[in-house]
Write a protein that binds this ligand. Sequence first.
Ligand code: PLP
Length: 357
Amino acid sequence: MLPLTGPSFLIDQSRTERNISRMLQKCEHHGVSLRPHFKTHQSLEVGRWFRNQGIDKIAVSSFSMAKFFADDGWIDITVAFPVNLLEIDLIVALSKKVRLHILADNPDTVAFITRYAELKAGVMIEIDAGYGRSGIHVSKVSVIQELARMIEQSDHLRFEGFLSHAGNTYQARNKMEVLAVHSSMLVQLNELKSRFLISYPDIILSYGDTPTASLADDFGGIDELRPGNFVFYDLMQQRIGSCSYDDISVAMACPVVGVYPDREQVAVYGGGVHFSKEFVESEGIRNYGQMVKWNGSTWGDIVANCFLSGLSQEHGIVEISDPMLLSKLKPGDLLYFLPVHSCMTAEAMRNYCTMFI
Ligand code: PLP
């Protein structure tokens, strides 16, 4: 590894590959295909680790991200985000290069894309089964029927099924709460799918998020899972119960830039622009990054009661409640932290330092 001089985003390759193989095995066990969401890592190298384990289809969250991965040879891509009609030229170009799957949740979008005869794509109707972000509400069966009909009438689009995301599992605080959201969504989505199977026997149900993919054991009726965050996991997932600390495969290294024994704090170079400003909270105390021990080649156990308690743009403030540890710290040392939300930290940092362990 190069000498680290500033805030640096570290990936532990073995933990990452273990997370990939575990999810793949779980999907195989349940007879569900895995279409990992690549927005978490946005890295060609990490993408190749997936490919090495046999993954050949992915989800992304924008058409430019689809192009980024298409240029690296990925040929089956779902853009799991509402179609932005202003990018129609890029969408058409992509559809000539890859097996493209896009989302629709309203007649105006479908009417617009049916006018582009060169656009050869599969269309998934996005369903809102409780999250309340994008998608047609699962109860609006006649609108969904009309959309399916419009898609099928076009000779260049294929109606491929339903896509839904249980982002509301992120409000859960334990496995039971995740499973409650999951089973409610499963019932509603399966009801919808079975109504449509009569007229459209080949449709699929694409579903997924990291908490349910990690914690649930019933995927009846689901054809495809799309978790993304599981590749790295993070503190938020650890709090929800989706992973253990040891599964978290990314960490931030931050140089100490100030030591304040009277406050039992140090300042590090590593702020909101590096970590993102997400936090986990317990008993009113916010944690923006959990300090971990460094063992010479990777990070190990968490350091109890030592965490990032505040972030400004470039500064991080670290609580160090252990006087022995505090007395040893000096400017220029590196401290290591597990991120709260790895997708956001990866997006903020862009560059990775890969550790082959
Ligand atoms: N599918 C969609 C539509 C998403 O928006 C996301 C993430 O936001 C995912 C899948 C992956 O979920 P997670 O980040 O929980 O793994």
